[in-house]
Design a protein around this ligand. Structure first.
Ligand code: SDX
Length: 430
């Protein structure tokens, strides 16, 4: 990017000219890379609310307008007209694939879905009641112990193979975590099924009878993967980038991303939102929970509400709400009490000044739990599905960083507020 203007900082009687780097969309950035060397001061932005940690050409969010673009394409168009593997190609390569490119990409993904057979034994080390996210962190990290031939981050060909293996194997690993948790045998991937159909088959098929993935539910699953594929420099993506900046192998970086996604403030919110809706029970209890969400002395928050960037509706939430209705209708569920509670809670919250002033709207997690439960998944699997989808975003962002010749290890500084230097005091004199 070329500098087009400068910003001037006056500090302790000195004036500093800082470069401004232009964005193609959204805010330009003030380049503070020389600030510490020139002014002997750091900037301070815990939580990175106003800090660009990198430049990126992959995903763009306009929080005020509720817009999400993957490589410039609006999420609603991709979710409605495309499919998840097409979105994977787009995020990785920057353009929508031609028919030929798509066929070649599908083949690469479909033929990497099996796991090294020894990894099947790996699961036996877990208690059956282990949270599937704990299993995912462990097994994905362990991929670097089984696939040494794609851990050299300086070899572009190995980076490509690791990319394919991660996107292909995450559904298999996730389905195995689910099957293990319910004591059912693992189901091998099938090359004749779509990405989403294969995943539903590995989760819900049993050896005793043939499983026919329902096309409406398969389409819904595929769309949910597309909605969750990438989202700028969110907590888990930033974790993957920071881990990757040290030169860690891609399997270890994705395992770090899974760990970060697990938190209830982030990807764990879908599981927490459904638990909250079930705890609320019915619309008659909504006022109590709204009051608790507003009470500063109560740590309770409305899970599935609010977002660091969206200060309008999360465009994914609208599509997820529509998908919830489609899935429930296909399953013949006329009036799901949890969905009813969710819809009324949304209406009450969106008319309450507390939420209006803070621009708190439903995010993707508010409706995803209802949809995933209807598809047959237990709440403990919700964030696992988020991780399956987000792997392509994490790996696309990791590749973008690794392809940057100016890439360096991430190492934030701090505002130190601890004790100044003092001498050691022997125990007898304390
Ligand atoms: C995801 O970053 C991403 O892109 C994430 C994600 C992705 O695709 O990667 O979109 C996925 O993580 C979505 C978010 C899922 N999390 C939740 O639904 C958990 C509930 N939401 C909150 O924890 C919160 O809204 C965050 C964490 C999502 C955002 O928090 P911020 O940006 O740090 O905002 P904040 O905590 O500073 O809140 C601002 C104000 C505060 O009140 P005041 O101090 O100004 O009086 O809004 C309040 C907060 O108390 N607030 C809420 C609230 N969220 C914020 N009050 C009640 N309920 C909530 N949910």
């Amino acid at each position: 990017m070329t500098e087009k203007e400068t910003a001037t900082l006056s500090f302790r009687g000195e004036s500093y000219e800082l470069g401004v780097l232009p964005a193609s969309l959204g805010p330009d950035v003030i380049d503070i890379r020389r600030l510490y060397a020139d002014a002997d001061a750091f900037t301070y932005d815990p939580g990175f609310t106003a800090t660009a940690s990198t430049k990126s050409a992959i995903t763009y969010i306009d929080g005020d307008k509720g817009v999400l673009l993957y490589r410039g394409y609006p999420i609603d168009q991709l979710a409605e007209q495309g499919d998840f593997l097409e979105t994977c190609y787009l995020l990785l390569h920057g353009e929508l694939p031609t028919h030929q490119q798509r066929r070649a990409f599908d083949k690469k993904i479909i033929y990497h879905t099996m796991l090294h057979e020894q990894m099947y034994k790996f699961y036996n080390g877990f208690r059956r009641d282990a949270h599937p996210m704990a299993v995912m962190v462990a097994v994905v990290g362990a991929l670097s112990a089984f696939y040494h031939d794609s851990t050299d981050i300086n070899d572009e060909n190995q980076r490509e193979i690791a990319t394919m293996r991660l996107i292909s194997k995450m559904p298999t690993i996730a389905a195995m975590a689910y099957k293990y948790s319910i004591g059912q045998p693992f189901i091998y991937p099938r090359n004749d099924l779509s990405f989403a159909g294969n995943f539903l088959n590995m989760c819900f098929a049993v050896p005793t009878e043939e499983f026919k993935p329902n096309p409406i539910l398969t389409r819904a699953m595929d769309r949910i993967f597309t909605l969750h594929a990438d989202h700028e420099q969110n907590a888990s993506t930033s974790t993957v980038r920071l881990a990757g900046s040290s030169g860690a192998n891609p399997f270890a970086c994705i395992a770090a991303g899974i760990a970060s996604l697990w938190g209830p403030a982030h990807g764990g919110a879908n599981e927490a939102a459904l638990s909250m809706l079930e705890e609320i029970g019915g619309p008659e209890n909504i006022p109590e929970y709204i009051a608790r969400a507003k009470d500063k002395n109560d740590s309770f928050r409305l899970m599935g509400f609010g977002h660091r960037v969206y200060k309008n509706f999360d465009p994914r939430a609208k599509i997820m709400q529509k998908t919830a209705h489609e899935v429930l209708a296909e399953l013949g569920v006329k009036d799901d009490p949890v969905l009813e509670t969710a819809k009324q809670l949304e209406q009450v919250a969106l008319s309450d000044p507390y939420f209006i002033e803070r621009k708190l709207y439903p995010n993707i997690d508010f409706y995803s739990g209802i949809t995933l439960r209807a598809l047959g998944f237990p709440p403990s699997m919700f964030t696992v599905l988020f991780a399956v989808a987000r792997t392509v975003g994490w790996i696309a962002q990791w590749k973008e960083m690794m392809n940057d010749p100016k890439q360096k290890i991430g190492r934030p500084r701090q505002l130190y507020t601890g004790p100044t230097e003092r001498d050691y005091v022997p125990e007898g004199n304390r």
